[in-house]
Design a protein around this ligand. Structure first.
Ligand code: SIN
Ligand code: CO
Length: 419
């Protein structure tokens, strides 16, 4: 029998997925009792600031392994205009400290995307969602709002778990929306013209509201409040076709073309025959039905990092002595835990209990030829977790080939040890 989860209000993951996931909302009181202490408003605001030159120097001193393109932050404000209509204003970050300090007492929200990448506390929130495939997870967005602050009535195209941190927020949920649902005219925001509220709740610190895609919702801060949105993603058909066709184009042979050795005389030369249409479909379907090709492409696609990240370039021919094998093993002995870098996306393909191929951030990582059976087990362990007990790792790293293979990944920056 599956374990019931408190954060799902006593439901088992099986029941939650069967009755709620992608189907209907679920409110759970006190689902995350510690949510208010995960991150302070100042820490969140700090992420939305323009990086200073000092920060750049600090990064170098800490031996920061990678650079990223900056934190994605927005401010949404609203006010009632002279015609008694609510007006919405969106500003994109990063922001200066002066800008954040100049915000009024009411009616604004600061939103910061992907906070799980920057704060381990926030990343740890994701661990309970491990019954949902990790590749479906997008990020944890956090909002900090002044009283009256709201991003407006809207709908999202993805599943979201809204977890209340500090303060209270009043939520209304309403109609099922679609691409045809009327939106107000706004250059940057998608706000509903009408919200037909069907249910409403006030969420207190630790409470959680799960919403499936396309449900109208509107959250308004009652006091200074922080809301964590654990957002999922589902690739859109236009993205899938766009990316798949590029992949097929890159991997197909030049001489793989439309052929018609069975062509028979056509009475009307101006006609595009049904046979020709069927032949093109068959030619293209062969690629879509090639599971090996689709699996490799999809694994690369779903592990593409959310933001561009530069990892260390490790020469594959360099020996691990020169990339610090002894130093790594010494550090592992002294520390309990190795963390996965929170920017990285890992996935394996093959059977669920037999990893065939391993992917990190859009690239296949070849497995070592020696100790392959253990490597396959290690890959499953690495993909299923975000941090690794050094004793568990140690058992795998007894094998020289595996040890060298892992250290290369460590040196590239996919893992780190917190001293
Ligand atoms: C918020 O945190 O203010 C908005 C989250 C959402 O509605 O998706
Ligand atoms: Co939303």
């Amino acid at each position: 029998m599956q374990k019931a989860y408190d954060f799902l209000g006593g439901l088992t993951p099986e029941t939650f997925l069967r009755d709620y996931w992608q189907k209907k909302p679920l409110l759970v009181r006190n689902a995350f009792p510690d949510a208010a202490s995960l991150l302070s408003p100042d820490e969140l605001a700090g992420l939305a600031l323009e990086p200073s030159e000092e920060d750049d120097e600090d990064d170098l001193e800490d031996g920061c392994e990678f650079e990223h393109s900056g934190v994605e932050a927005r401010i949404i404000r609203s006010h009632i205009d002279e015609n008694e209509k609510r007006r919405w204003i969106l500003e994109r970050g990063p922001f200066t400290e002066a800008r954040l300090k100049s915000l009024p007492e009411k009616n604004w929200t600061l939103l910061v995307q992907a906070v799980d990448m920057y704060h381990e506390n926030v990343a740890s929130l994701l661990d309970v969602f491990s019954f949902i495939p990790r590749w479906r997870l997008d990020d944890v967005m956090i909002s900090l709002a002044a009283p009256g602050g709201s991003v407006g009535p809207h709908f999202d195209r993805y599943d979201v778990f809204l977890i209340q941190g500090i303060g209270q927020r009043h939520w209304q949920i309403g109609q099922q929306c679609s691409a045809k649902t009327p939106l107000i005219k706004h250059p940057d925001m998608k706000i509903l013209t009408t919200m037909d509220a069907t249910q409403a709740w006030t969420l207190n610190p630790g409470d959680m509201l799960y919403l499936p895609p396309l449900i109208a919702h509107h959250g308004v801060a009652i006091d200074t409040c922080m809301t964590y949105s654990v957002g999922f993603r589902a690739p859109a058909i236009e993205v899938l076709f766009d990316k798949l066709t590029h992949h097929v184009a890159d991997h197909s042979q030049q001489d793989e073309r439309y052929t018609d050795p069975d062509l028979s005389p056509q009475k009307n030369s101006g006609w595009l025959s049904e046979q020709a249409v069927a032949k093109v479909q068959t030619l293209m379907m062969a690629h879509i039905q090639d599971s090996n090709q689709v699996r490799d492409w999809l694994a690369q696609l779903v592990t593409e990092p959310k933001y561009a990240v530069d990892y260390e370039n490790i020469d594959p021919d360099e020996t691990t002595e020169s990339v610090g094998q002894k130093e790594f093993l010494d550090r592992l002995k002294q520390n309990q835990v190795v963390f996965r870098d929170n920017y990285s996306r890992f996935i394996y393909t093959g059977q669920e209990n037999q990893a065939e191929k391993f992917y990190i951030n859009g690239h296949e990582i070849p497995l070592p030829e020696k100790n392959l059976a253990d490597a396959r087990q290690l890959v499953i362990y690495l993909c299923n977790n975000r941090y690794y007990n050094s004793e568990n790792l140690w058992t795998y790293l007894q094998h020289q080939a595996l040890c060298q293979w892992f250290i290369r990944l460590f040196q590239k920056g996919y893992f780190y040890i917190q001293e």
